[in-house]
Design a protein around this ligand. Structure first.
Ligand code: NAD
Length: 453
């Protein structure tokens, strides 16, 4: 049987050998999910809600265990990993409120009654990337289950451990067999079967734009519903009137979070030219102050990259002679470490400025004015995240409306909350996750007219 050895990115030591699911096993799991969906959708809304609450509580009772698995299997700092496990609990609890509120409408018609129902789709396939194995799993899982679908999830090959454990916790919480299954394995095998199998009625894919666009074309053959959460190359725009101290102090966390392996990484900092030098003076100590090291240490803010191969890819954006303005520290010895690195000045065609690096590398460029900031921010095929720093509320709103991106923060680097919508413009994706309307992506409206005469 083919297997995959999960490696600890901080030590390069093996953590666990995980069996890789075959295409035949994937088909069998999809058939189990379809069979389980019949009774799951018929389960009384209050009972489904109670089961989701129990699932949330079970995850909550195992946050430390899940966090430790993410530290070992993905190299996430323990503080971040605890937050990520807590996010799974909170997202499940939030959508546990949904089954009892999946209202339809009553629409006035002559000669009868017209009502709508929000019907579940059937089996939903979740395809998850390696960068945030827990939160991203929960963003699709919780609303899909709440709406009455069953779920087959495929974690990324490199980071399956927490998803496998969350699958066990679902059963321990009382979810019936087949309602939520986790299939570790290859994208080209398990992922592709989820995409191709006719009983899977929706795919939620989070990953690269390259794989996402191929998968969208494959889904089109069966007119299969799809939500895509893809790559990003987001801008952090700092105007001269901003609180520069705060903007500079938080800029590293907007891009180096999860060692830059973050779709929302604001890896282009655009600074109004009149304050560029001052901003760089303030940014340097903030970057040098990022605590990089042992992910198990509660003081650590940034861990290693996921693999040696990925580190090589990140390093290729900083070739010999690259304009390194300053860079932080990284441990020597085993582990896929890469220091937080600031590039300035960079040319407009520098790949570090135009491509998604997915590592702790940020470019800083001066801009003349608001119009140029907007033009450069939008000069990318992506549109996922972004930040704007200014004390001028009118400008904040003007720029927020003009930047073609799905999630913006003003005078803050925090961009994701599970109770607000999340998703991308342009090639950063299709559809929205999270927030109060997330169930819409996991249901179809059915309209029924009942004659009264
Ligand atoms: P990836 O596209 O290589 O893989 C993502 C998932 O798809 C993995 O589980 C992989 O096994 C699977 N897969 C690969 N080929 C497949 C196929 N042919 N059919 C079905 N599934 C297949 O991406 P990655 O390297 O794991 O993740 C990094 C990317 O994800 C970055 O571009 C990042 O920006 C993006 N991302 C986006 C968001 C978001 O919410 N927009 C969040 C996190 C990551």
């Amino acid at each position: 049987m083919p297997t995959y050895t999960v490696i600890n990115p901080a030590t390069e030591q093996p953590v666990r050998i995980v069996p890789s699911t075959s295409a035949q096993e994937t088909d069998a799991a999809i058939e189990r999910a379809a069979a389980a969906q019949v009774s799951w959708r018929a389960t009384a809304p209050g009972e489904r809600a109670a089961l989701l609450r129990a699932f949330a509580a079970e995850v909550g009772a195992h946050t430390e265990e899940l966090a430790a698995l993410e530290v070992a299997g993905s190299g996430h700092p323990i503080g971040a990993a605890r937050w990520e496990a807590g996010q799974v609990r909170d997202v499940l609890a939030y959508y546990a409120g949904a089954p009892e509120r999946a209202f339809g409408r009553q629409i006035p018609v002559a000669g009868g009654l017209d009502v709508t129902f929000a019907e579940p789709l059937g089996v939903v396939g979740l395809i998850v990337p390696w960068n945030f194995p827990m939160p991203i799993l929960s963003w699709g899982l919780a609303p899909a289950l709440a709406a009455g679908n069953t779920v087959v999830a495929k974690p990324a090959e490199m980071t399956p451990l927490t998803a496998i454990r969350i699958g066990e916790l679902a059963l321990a919480a009382g979810l019936p067999e087949g309602v939520f299954q986790v299939l570790p394995g290859k994208g080209s095998v398990v992922g592709q079967r989820l995409v191709d199998h006719e009983l899977v009625r929706k795919i939620v894919f989070t990953g690269s734009t390259e794989v996402g666009s191929k998968l969208m074309a494959d889904c089109a053959r069966q007119v299969k519903r799809v939500t895509l959460e893809l790559g990003g190359k987001s801008a952090n725009i700092v105007f001269a009137d901003a609180d520069l101290e705060q903007a500079a102090a938080t800029a590293p966390y907007a891009v180096f979070d999860n060692a830059g392996q973050d779709c929302c990484a604001r890896s282009r900092i655009l600074v109004e030219r009149s304050v560029f030098d001052r901003f760089m003076e303030l940014l340097e100590p903030a970057v040098l102050g990022v605590a990089v090291g042992d992910p198990g240490d509660p003081g650590t803010e940034m861990g290693p990259l996921i693999s040696a191969e990925h580190r090589d890819r990140v390093a290729s954006y900083v070739p010999d002679g690259a304009p390194v303005a300053f860079r932080g520290q990284a441990p020597a010895g085993p582990g896929y470490w890469y220091p937080p690195t600031v590039l300035a000045p960079v040319g407009a065609d520098d790949p570090a400025f135009t491509e998604e690096v997915f590592g702790p590398v940020v470019t800083v460029v001066p801009v003349e004015d608001e119009a140029e900031a907007i033009r450069i921010a939008n000069d990318t095929p992506y549109g996922l995240s972004g930040s704007i720093w200014t004390r001028d509320i009118g400008r904040a709103l003007r720029v927020a409306r003009a930047v073609e991106t799905g999630n913006l923060s003003v005078n803050s680097h925090a961009s994701v909350r599970y109770w607000t919508p999340f998703g991308g413009f342009k090639q950063s994706g299709l559809g929205r996750e999270l927030g109060p309307d997330a169930l819409d992506a996991f249901t179809e409206v059915k309209n029924v007219f009942i004659a009264t005469k």
